[in-house]
Design a protein around this ligand. Sequence first.
Ligand code: HEC
Length: 147
Amino acid sequence: MVLVKKIFIPCLGLIIASLSYNAVCGQAAAAPDEGVYTADQALRGGTAYQKQCASCHGSELDGVGPYPPLSESEFLSKYDGQPMLVLFDKIHTTMPADHPGSLTRPETADILSFILSFNKFPAGKTELPSDEESLKKLQLQKPAPKS
Ligand code: HEC
């Protein structure tokens, strides 16, 4: 009996230690200032953006004529603090306005990455996902202004 106890307790310690290790690492991966897209993805998205979006929203994302800009604080404030899914769905279901519904989910994620990159959100090591569940968990948070 005594022997079993002695073995059991150190094992339990190990299990608890590994559990809390996972919890700490899991949190680090979701830190808000960590990039949520990759530089390559934004590059791909940029090519698609120039072909399919720039005619209305401008190659500098500043809006052409009556069309709204996709940069600057007014645009960002609208989506700040909301799940990434909101902006993703807006693009996926309503854009390009002259051909809505034509973008696949991965294409939408690429173009959204480009828009984030243009708006100075940091790039990271994992691509922006295109599935609803993951996009719901990501929050769009304006990067803190550099002082
Ligand atoms: C034919 C012109 C046209 C094209 C092409 C177009 N858009 Fe738009 N876009 C609009 C108009 C008009 C609005 C404003 C009405 C609205 O919000 O639905 C808009 C609004 C938006 C918004 C919301 C802006 C805000 O302030 O909330 C986003 C994001 C957007 N477009 C992204 C895109 C992307 C990405 C593409 C390329 C895949 C694209 N658009 C192509 C005309 C266009």
